[in-house]
Write a protein that binds this ligand. Sequence first.
Ligand SMILES: Nc1nc2c(ncn2[C@@H]2O[C@H](COP(=O)(O)OP(=O)(O)OP(=O)(O)O)[C@@H](O)[C@H]2O)c(=O)[nH]1
Ligand SMILES: [Mg+2]
Ligand SMILES: [Zn+2]
Length: 345
Amino acid sequence: MTKRRLNQHQQRRISGNQQAHQERNVRDDASATAVSEAVEGNSLDGLIVCHYGKQIDVESLAPEHKGEVFRCFQRSNLPAMVTGDKVLWQIEEGQSGVIVAQQPRHSAMSRPNHRGELRAIAANVDCAVVVIAPKPEPFGNLIDRYMVAIEHLGLRPLLLLNKSDLTTKGSIDVEALLKRYARIGYQTLRVSSHSGDGMEELRQALADYTAVFVGQSGVGKSSLINTLRGLKAGDEEVAQVGDLSVSHHKGTHTTTATRLYHLPGSGDLIDSPGIREFGLWHIESDALMDGFVEFRPLAGRCRFRDCRHKHEPDCALLEAVKRGEIDEARLESYHHILASLEEKS
Ligand SMILES: Nc1nc2c(ncn2[C@@H]2O[C@H](COP(=O)(O)OP(=O)(O)OP(=O)(O)O)[C@@H](O)[C@H]2O)c(=O)[nH]1
Ligand SMILES: [Mg+2]
Ligand SMILES: [Zn+2]
């Protein structure tokens, strides 16, 4: 009996492997065709690993020069591209080149620009890691704004508390904050890039994915990447790390370009510049509610169809708060974000 089950299990695994293998072959064939067509047209496959504004670093994915980085410009007829975009490019001379085409994206981490237009900051990412720290403290609703955006973009969210070695407590209890999100069902991790605490769990959570680190300036995004890559200050390839400002204990906007790093083992990680604020693009109240995952099952359950979930009788959300199923702070945050969106429009 055991043997039979084992065999069935093995069979499933083998046929699963075969299927994966076949799919891989089809993929390999497809990319081989793409490469050969590209080579005929003198173009190579590449990956944008850093975007400086006008100049773009492209890593060659083609068999020739594989892994080498070329400083490129993009042809002016092409749409704006970002770190993580797959491209076709051509060598011009030496280590420089020109991007001639953008490949389709499967996802992007985006945020609105100052005009409220949604703009990608990193392409082809699976996971968005929101990094917070006891110092600088997370500012009002920042995490919720990020979570709403990440839910809408269809990325896997991870909430990461860095600097767990700091023992002095600020005005915000970040440990309690982390627990709030863990209770909702979000994956959370508590680490210290300085002491190494929790870094192995982080490494495991990021293996096999392309993740982007987002968050305020000074929370330690670049420090975490250096630790994950096993680099120390003074090493040639180390990402620049900045002190907090003495007067305000805020970050000093050290990272200025979004850059992709290959992690030792597996996984890619994109470091992005710290933000001053995270505004949401224009979304309706229903869509906003949808971004609060624990509110979703209650949508449409209030007595009044146009319930604003403030003081109305038989409001499903208010009742869930009373029963302790929804955190009051999250409902307050929803109201706060909604008010700021209405103010903007
Ligand atoms: N105590 C402590 N300090 C840390 C830790 N990680 C980073 N820092 C410090 O936090 C400060 C900011 O670190 P960065 O890595 O530059 O922060 P960042 O998030 O990349 O900042 P921007 O590039 O400006 O967005 C530096 O002084 C780091 O030494 C940590 O785990 N513990
Ligand atoms: Mg940085
Ligand atoms: Zn309601």
